[in-house]
Design a protein around this ligand. Sequence first.
Ligand code: SF4
Length: 409
Amino acid sequence: MQIGVVSERRTTRQIRVGDVAVGGGAPITVQSMTITKTADVEGTLQQIYALAAAGCDIVRCTCNETEAAEGLAQIVPRSPVPIIADIHHQYRMALAAMEAGVHGLRLNPGNIRRPEHIKAVAAEAKDRNVPIRIGVNGGSLDPALYERFGGVTPEAMVESARQELAYFDEVGFDLVKISVKASSVPLMVEAYRMLSEATDHPLHLGVTEAGPPPAGLVKATAGIATLLLEGIGDTIRYSLTADPVEEARAGRQLLEALGLRERKNVDLIACPSCGRAEVDVIDVAQRAMAAFGDRQIPLQVAVMGCVVNGPGEAREADLGIAAGNKRGHLFIKGRNVAVVPEAEMVEQLVEWAEFIHEHGVEAAMARADTAKAEREAAKDRAQLLDAKGDDANHADEKIVEIRKTVNRT
Ligand code: SF4
């Protein structure tokens, strides 16, 4: 069941970055950026492939020197996803990147400021049908705007985008998407809200310099998710101080969690563990996470600490495993299907997930001895309840004592 928490998406124009549509109702896309030297063609391609495998739809590479542009000429034809060149300071690098065949550009209006340079790039992009992102960044805002608005404000960032758009208009170029990123979440949220009122160009969302996880993940999610839930945003990037594959995974997972993209990889859920746990849930969940990696198995898989409550609590999951008496109880949609040794819990979980993915739930149920699995689970459950008791606080006995005490007075 889909629960409609996302506001209606704001209508934007559509542009194409290579073969990926952005805006105009297209699925929201995930972006990331390589951290290799772009001149290192093999190293950069390796990272691009890893990003694509993690769910990244579009990859950006810096184009900061001639060698980088030359590298792009070799990277673009071998990349599995469209490539955008990131340009700061030197407008000539934008021209060189287009010569290299990139599918899009990102220009920073804060550090490429001469109108004739901006217009030269836009005119060339128009001729070549290459889209440009106007990438306003709170940290590198045009000093004149900083002065005029008394600092980095949402108004100043939106004005920076407007000025750039006006230069593009002069040469009749409109294949544009826009970002107004800041490292402050409230600031970027406000700037994007304002921008979405002012333009119908597609918007690229991000919290810049969010920092290392977990704080960086929290900040980026807070900003991006807030806007997506308001229907704002057409493409997203997590800017983390971490392996960019983590950025791509986070972006993908956010969109899947909000129901904005189809699930691609395993959605691993796990109980938080408690005193009833029969196994180290954190360890099993982490090992399961690593074992599934980026395998494209679009199932929800549960790791639960005890067979007493696990299968019931995770009955909505496609598949799960719960621990009990040194054994793992596998269940499909809450129904016990097999009992495996504790040491094989992760391995068996992956094996069953692959089987379900390939052959479907019915075939998995058909190969299971559910009667035996249910019997064994009931046995372990009963033993655990006997050992720990349904009533760990001995409430019944205490109630008797309390009543005696109250009646005495
Ligand atoms: S499934 Fe069991 S171990 Fe996990 S939180 Fe629930 S009661 Fe505790």
